[in-house]
Design a protein around this ligand. Structure first.
Ligand SMILES: [Zn+2]
Length: 213
């Protein structure tokens, strides 16, 4: 005995006693919903890296690794669900687990957005650019350090550029700054720089800018 693919209630005959769908109809409904949910998940999976480029957290690479794992697991579940539905296997538990995965990339993206956006809004009043000198953002902490090396991986959309600088954080040797193209080109190994870091409205420190000193 299996559960109805559409509503999840126990099915005694081919026609579900709760929603009235036959098992074939329920499978069609289920597959349609699976496709929709997967689309929502994939859209979030684009939103998260996008936001992470606007307000890149210092530990961005760690987050991307975590996110990569999450992405892989979710898509694997989607494939297993699809096959399970086709073979009319019991997939009720996996369905619930998959539902839990759908909002995760959106939650991550929203977290970074709030963390960075509210942080910078607090700073608007304090923004003062004084003749090329560092602007006096209240929240930004400036850390003097030196460039260790650079890393550039060309990508289809924007690629990955990292400026490795010696870390000011305890227990951490290197900070991998997610710099833009200009900053990547401006600095070489051994350069003395100052790195601006915002604390983040949600306590996730994010990379604000890098300057020559
Ligand atoms: Zn049903």
């Amino acid at each position: 005995m299996t559960r109805c693919l559409d509503c999840g209630s126990e099915r005694i005959a081919d026609q579900c006693p709760s929603c009235g769908l036959t098992s074939a109809a329920a499978e069609v409904m289920f597959r349609r919903r699976l496709l929709k949910r997967t689309a929502v998940f994939l859209a979030g999976s684009l939103a998260f890296p996008y936001v992470s480029q606007i307000y890149p957290p210092l530990d961005l690479d760690l987050m991307l690794v975590f996110f990569g794992g999450l992405f892989f697991i979710a898509l694997t579940i989607a494939v297993v669900l699809d096959r399970g539905a086709r073979n009319r296997r019991e997939i009720e538990v996996l369905k619930r687990i998959y539902s839990g995965f759908i909002p995760l990339p959106w939650i991550l993206a929203a977290t970074l957005l709030v963390n960075g956006k509210l942080d910078s809004q607090k700073n608007v009043a304090a923004t003062l650019l004084v003749n090329g000198k560092l602007d006096s953002h209240k929240n930004v902490a400036y850390h003097p350090t030196t460039v260790d090396s650079r890393y550039n991986m060309p990508g289809i959309v924007r690629g990955t550029r990292r400026l490795f600088v010696h870390s000011w954080r305890e227990g951490q040797k290197i900070e991998r700054l997610a710099v833009d193209f200009d900053d990547y080109d401006r600095f070489r190994a051994g350069d003395s720089v100052v790195v601006g870091v915002e604390p983040g409205a949600l306590g996730i420190p994010w990379y604000y800018g890098v300057y020559r000193r």
